[in-house]
Write a protein that binds this ligand. Structure first.
Ligand SMILES: *[C@@H]1O[C@H](CO)[C@@H](O)[C@H](O)[C@H]1NC(C)=O
Ligand SMILES: *[C@@H]1O[C@H](CO)[C@@H](O)[C@H](O)[C@H]1NC(C)=O
Length: 230
């Protein structure tokens, strides 16, 4: 066989192999995204699952929050690309140790998985998301913290004194590394676990799958901008 002929055959073989391996790789990536999407579907929450997405957390009709006793975070995902977030945090106030600030967040939108750069991108429906902040004092005699605006807190239990809080828009794009999953014993019962990690590497608290199918508000833009209504 001549030198030229063998190099032509080698080039042909290479071309055939390349044309076979590229679709196989693409196939693997597609399978991976499909499995990941199936894995993501459901309503996830930290700890005991006190915070869960859905209308029992945030009511868009009167923009009211119904908040549980404890801090926590919840995410829901659908298999067709929608997400929702509910979060309750306590922010301590060193100068008023008895009066920490409660920070509640609700938002939703669409998500996209990008295997090429190892990210999942959560885009909000702009104008729908809201946050509520209020100082709560655990001892009746402690001074109320200054705050303004309407109190839209639906229900609150277990805290003896509350000042009116503030409601504000909250629309925050979120980006995570590709999610990873595990199965863990949680209160002695096997639960699916979701790990979300922000691009800098910091992991969020582990999220347990509490509901499947997910519990969510309608997966569409709920806020309608009414121009000229004022
Ligand atoms: C799906 O979840 C299982 C655990 O429940 C995990 O072993 C598997 O790696 C996950 N697959 C993907 C593509 O995330
Ligand atoms: C990942 O890729 C998508 C699609 O190209 C892009 O929109 C997104 O900004 C990228 N994210 C990062 C962190 O590079």
């Amino acid at each position: 066989m001549s030198q030229t002929l063998s190099s032509v055959i080698a080039a042909l073989l290479f071309a055939v192999c390349a044309s076979l391996t590229v679709p196989v790789q693409a196939q693997n990536i597609n399978n991976n995204v499909a499995t990941m999407t199936r894995n993501l579907t459901g309503t996830w929450s930290t700890g005991s699952g006190a915070v869960l997405t859905g209308v029992n957390f945030y009511n868009p009709v009167d923009r009211s929050f119904t908040l549980p006793l404890t801090a926590g975070e919840s995410y829901s995902f659908t298999s067709d690309g929608f997400w929702e977030q509910a979060s309750v945090k306590w922010i301590s106030n060193p100068s008023e140790p008895d009066c920490p600030t409660l920070h509640a967040i609700w938002q939703h939108g669409t998500y996209q998985i990008y295997p090429s750069n190892n990210t999942v991108h959560l885009e909000p429906f702009w104008g729908d998301g809201h946050q509520y902040m209020s100082a709560y004092c655990s001892t009746p005699n402690s001074q109320k913290l200054a705050s303004s605006g309407p109190s839209t807190l639906g229900t609150w239990m277990g805290v003896s004194d509350k000042s009116d809080g503030t409601l504000a828009a909250y629309n925050q794009m979120e980006e995570f590394r590709l999610p990873t999953f595990d199965i863990d014993l949680h209160y002695g019962v096997p639960f699916d676990v979701l790990f979300l990690q922000i691009p800098s590497g910091k992991r969020k608290n582990r999220l347990y799958k509490y509901l499947d199918p997910p519990q969510m508000l309608p997966t569409e833009q709920l806020h309608v901008e009414v121009y000229g209504a004022m």
